[in-house]
Design a protein around this ligand. Structure first.
Ligand code: BDR
Ligand code: CA
Length: 301
């Protein structure tokens, strides 16, 4: 069993990625840490707690994380994820509460209990940077980081920058400066995988409550994409990253390389700049069929 911790700004596609991790027979999700990103952290907490209750997985501890980025004003993505972060989809109220420790302490405790822990990040890297700063032992306790973030050719927030890395580029650079093994699934290979409403509907059997949730969650992204491209479709960046974490064979092409963040306050701020080195794997292309097969596993939950 691979022990994983998910750090998330949950988020419509984050919610689906969490479902995938919970459906994965090879994963033990030892904890979830929340972070401000798509929406403010209090909303992220509610989304994660409600999702876990809906799935009868209240055993998984949830730790409240950073309320904003290290050194800039917050950036949100409410046009894509809705004001509550989950497109106003109905998830019942929950009795489950947050752990008393914060996300930084949670990451440290869980990494100490599970040396070699894999951290899967689906949002800005604020918590990870703060945790490694406060507890440098994490440099060696953490096994690896698999991050959805960055853009190689074209971003989604600006021409150059992808949301998760743009939302807190200083924290990304901080993490890049550590020796923790890291792999990134940038925006580009995820954006290449667009799924129409028909394709998504075809995956979902009747009377499947997780399938129904998945479809309801996609309504806002479908409408958003329709407005710009004229077709009801969706892109699933966090599920793409989770699929890679579950089975790296989903990557058809990856590059061993290195990146740095553009931190200057100009139009390139938040850009993923490729540089010399072999710091990490950068995923460049995904296998659509393999991805869909992993995605479909959520229907067993
Ligand atoms: C990333 O930004 C967020 O809006 C998504 O949840 C994903 O993590 C894609 O750029
Ligand atoms: Ca996310």
């Amino acid at each position: 069993m691979k022990k994983v911790l998910i750090d998330t700004d949950c988020g419509i596609d984050d919610a689906i990625a969490i479902l995938m991790a919970l459906a994965c027979k090879d994963f033990e999700v030892v904890g979830i840490t929340t972070v401000s990103g798509n929406v403010y952290v209090d909303k992220v907490n509610q989304n994660v707690l409600r999702l876990l209750s809906f799935l009868n997985r209240e055993d998984i501890p949830v730790f409240r994380g950073a309320s904003g980025p290290l050194s800039q004003k917050p950036v949100r993505a409410e046009t894509i994820h809705g004001k509550d972060g989950l497109g106003s989809v109905f998830l019942p109220e929950t009795q489950k509460s947050l752990e008393s420790q914060n996300a930084i302490e949670g990451i440290y405790l869980l990494a100490k209990q599970n040396p070699g822990l894999t951290i899967i990040t689906l949002g800005p890297l604020t918590n990870i940077a703060m945790a490694v700063n406060l507890y440098p032992e994490l440099n060696h306790l953490m096994g690896n980081i698999i991050a959805m973030g960055g853009a190689i050719d074209r971003g989604n927030v600006t021409r150059y920058a992808e949301f998760n890395f743009y939302a807190d580029p200083e924290s990304v650079q901080y993490v890049l400066n550590t020796p923790i093994p890291m792999e990134i699934i940038p925006w580009d290979p995820c954006a290449e995988q667009m799924f129409t409403e028909e394709e998504i509907k075809a995956l979902i059997p009747e009377n499947n409550r997780v399938g129904d949730l998945f479809l309801s969650l996609q309504q806002l992204p479908f409408s958003f994409v329709e407005k710009y491209y004229g077709v009801r479709s969706t892109i699933l960046p966090d599920p793409c990253a989770m699929a890679y974490a579950i089975d790296e064979k989903v990557a058809l092409r990856k590059l061993v390389g290195d990146i740095r963040m553009e931190l200057n306050c100009n139009t390139h701020r938040g850009e993923t700049v490729q540089c010399e080195g072999d710091r990490m794997n950068i995923i460049l292309k995904l296998d659509r069929i393999k991805f869909l097969n992993i995605l479909k596993t959520i229907l067993i939950l």
